[in-house]
Design a protein around this ligand. Structure first.
Ligand code: ZN
Length: 246
C-alpha cells in the first residue's frame, strides 16, 4: 500500500491542494499526523478536504485547542489569536470530526502514528536524537510517524547499540529503504507552515510493503494563503513567516 503522509496542514488550503496535485493520486491511503487547523485561514476547507480523502488521522495540539480541550493561555499571543479565530470558524460537523480523532498513538501495521511523540502524543517535540532515543520504548512497532516540529527528519536507532540514535535529514525526491531491522522515527514535515527555512510544502510517500519512504517538497502560491490570512485579520507575524519557511 502506498500512503500519502501529511502533517501540520494548519488550515493552509493552497498548500494542501499543491501537495495533492503533486502526489497525483499516486497513493492508496492518506495518513494525517495532526494539526489540520490553527494558524491558517481555511480551517473548514482543509478539514473537509482531509475528510473527503478518507484520511486516517490523529489529533494535534492546535486541533485540541480549537476543540477547547485545553487552555489557550498555553499558547503564545499570536497562536492564541489564531486559535480563537479558528474556534469561531469551524462548522459543527468539522468540529465533531476533529473531536473524534484519537489523542493516543494509532497503530497501522508496522507503523505507529502520533502527532508529537509516542510517549507524549499531543505535546512533545522530537527535535533531537536524545529525545528520539527516549521514545523508542514507548512504541512497539518498527516505525513511528510523527509531526509537530514542522521539520522533515528521520531518527534511526542503530540495531547494534540500542541507545544510539542518529538524525538524518532527508534528500527530497529520493526514495530510501527503511528495512534492515532498524527502528526509525519519521517526520514528513509540515504541509502548511514549514519551519526548516524552506517555504515549500513538505510531505512524504510511504510504501508499507516495500518499506520505502520518499520525502518530497512542492511549491505552492504562498501569496494566496497570505491574502486570505490578511482578509481574516490573522496576525502579521504568522502571515510573514510562510514566506521564509520558518
Ligand atoms: Zn503544528
Amino acid at each position: 500500500m502506498r500512503v500519502l503522509v501529511i502533517s501540520d496542514v494548519h488550515a493552509n488550503l493552497a498548500a494542501l491542494e499543491a501537495v495533492l496535485a503533486d502526489a497525483q493520486g499516486d497513493y492508496d491511503a492518506v495518513w494525517c499526523l495532526g494539526d489540520s487547523v490553527g494558524y491558517g485561514p481555511e480551517p473548514n476547507e482543509c478539514v473537509t478536504r482531509i475528510r473527503e480523502l478518507g484520511a486516517i488521522a490523529v489529533v494535534g495540539n492546535h486541533d485540541w485547542a480549537a476543540l477547547s480541550r485545553m487552555d489557550v493561555e498555553d499558547f503564545n499571543p499570536v497562536a492564541k489569536r489564531a486559535v480563537l479565530w479558528t474556534r469561531e470558524q469551524l462548522s459543527a460537523e468539522n468540529m465533531a470530526w476533529l473531536g473524534s480523532l484519537p489523542a493516543q498513538p494509532l497503530v497501522q501495521g508496522a507503523f505507529t502514528l502520533t502527532h508529537g511523540s509516542p510517549r507524549d502524543p499531543v505535546w512533545e517535540y522530537i527535535l533531537y536524537p536524545a529525545t528520539a532515543a527516549a521514545n523508542y520504548a514507548s512504541f512497539a512497532t518498527a516505525f513511528c510517524l510523527v509531526g509537530h516540529t514542522h521539520i522533515p527528519m528521520l531518527y534511526v536507532q542503530q540495531p547494534e547499540t540500542e541507545r544510539k540514535v542518529r538524525s538524518l535529514a532527508p534528500v527530497f525526491g529520493r526514495r530510501i529503504a527503511l528495512g534492515g531491522g532498524w527502528r526509525i522515527i519519521l517526520n514528513p514535515g509540515s504541509v502548511g507552515q514549514p519551519r526548516d527555512n524552506d517555504p515549500r510544502s513538505a510531505y512524504a510517500i510511504l510504501d508499507t510493503e516495500a518499506e520505502t519512504w520518499e520525502a518530497r517538497r512542492v511549491a505552492y502560491p504562498i501569496e494566496v494563503t497570505q491574502a486570505h490570512m490578511r482578509a481574516a485579520q490573522l496576525p502579521e507575524r504568522l502571515i510573514n513567516r510562510l514566506a521564509f519557511g520558518w
